[in-house]
Design a protein around this ligand. Sequence first.
Ligand SMILES: *Cc1c(COP(=O)(O)O)cnc(C)c1O
Length: 487
Amino acid sequence: MRYISTRGGVSPIEFQDAVLMGLADDGGLIVPESIPDASGELERWRRLPYDELAYEVLRLYASDMPEADLRELVVRTYSRDAFDPAPAPTVSVGSIHVLELWHGPTLAFKDIALQLLGNLFEYILHRRGGRLNILGATSGDTGSAAIAGCRGRRGIDIFIMHPRGRVSPIQQRQMTTVLDDNVHNIAVEGSFDDCQRIMKQIAGDLDFKRRHSLGAVNSVNWARVLAQIVYYFRAAFDAQAATGAERVRVTVPTGNFGDVLAGWYALKMGAPISLLILATNVNDILARFYNTGVYALGSVVQTTSPSMDIQVASNFERYLYYKVGCDGARLRTMMSEFARTGSLSIEPGPDGVIDADFLAGTATEEQVFATIRKYHQEHGYLLDPHTAVGVTVAENVGRAAEPAPLGLHAGEPAASSRARQTRAPYDPPIVCLATAHPAKFPDAIKQATGEDLARHPAIDALAGLPTRCEVLPNDTQAVRQFIERTV
Ligand SMILES: *Cc1c(COP(=O)(O)O)cnc(C)c1O
């Protein structure tokens, strides 16, 4: 498998180069030249344990890696040491199937991709020689998962900036209690936007980037999307086994579009998925797109699901690339228009639908709290606020299939008629992705239930541990000098 850029400016490269490149050199995103058809493999794949299934999926895309090396790397990544008891178990809760993706070291689904990415970086650097300096900016979850994926890895130093005092105390401890020599936390005296601006300025200085071989771990890295494809197959197989259904629907709490994009690749590869239900909080740029065809910037509103408080979804360009018939030149025009006007649009198909593979809805904060409360009272199961966004939208979709009034984002007729159109003769079971453990968001749980219920031993164990963190002014030059001093 070779890789190209969505904007057509990169001649085909191999998988390992795609992993190191991160963002494509022409400013686009890296995509595979084709999407492999795995529909003939399903009967064999459904019987495999997670690590073997991951190997089978990855080998279709990582064809420049010797098979024995890839297998060893994947089996090590998804071992019990990192994911206990398994990377992606599905549990039945009431009428939904919850895919628990938070069994990794930082209790969020990003571990599944970033544990793999850390091992891939280490493997590639070991074979090619050289070092890599990762620079990232985080408002919370990505930073801790990236640090957990890179800590102690040979050949890698990782620098993660967070806005000083503006990430949650738990997220801060998850990052700054990691004392490995190759981990460098930077608390910037500014906002998350300041951190991102500093990162872009440093990464945009091509001379500095080359001199210090700067790499990226953000969700535009192809390996992150790839790692996530695996659990869509796993979850569909598990929900099929539990219900006997031919296909399943999957609900995805969405921010940067990385996770649901992996689901779309799985669907296109032949996974038994009939529908992707895209769930946003009130930052609903993506839900609006699927209901109207218009992708237009709003302003970011803070919610209790902060990892989804996003307006520009960095992975959406990959999806648009396929939507415009893999026409890099056309996409380039669209993206520069979006950069200029903050808006772009797609014409619906003849059936009036933007994409029959998707249904999209939004959950308000009140609905999220009500869902957390309900699942706790009725099922004794605690949902984190991100997962609760997904479950809320999933329940509304279920209701939308009945003749009764519709619950998809109150008063959005476009979405409701879509829900009826896509309804199968039977209602396929719904898998809801659980993207974080509730103990990462204890305040929201307390607000929803009135009780302090969300605990996890790994979080409790962080209290009182020593920390290390460099406080720097809100100044690109200061961060640049810190990196030079450190490496
Ligand atoms: C990152 C994150 C999301 C959003 O995932 P995307 O790939 O950005 O759509 C949802 N929930 C949690 C807990 C996250 O950390």
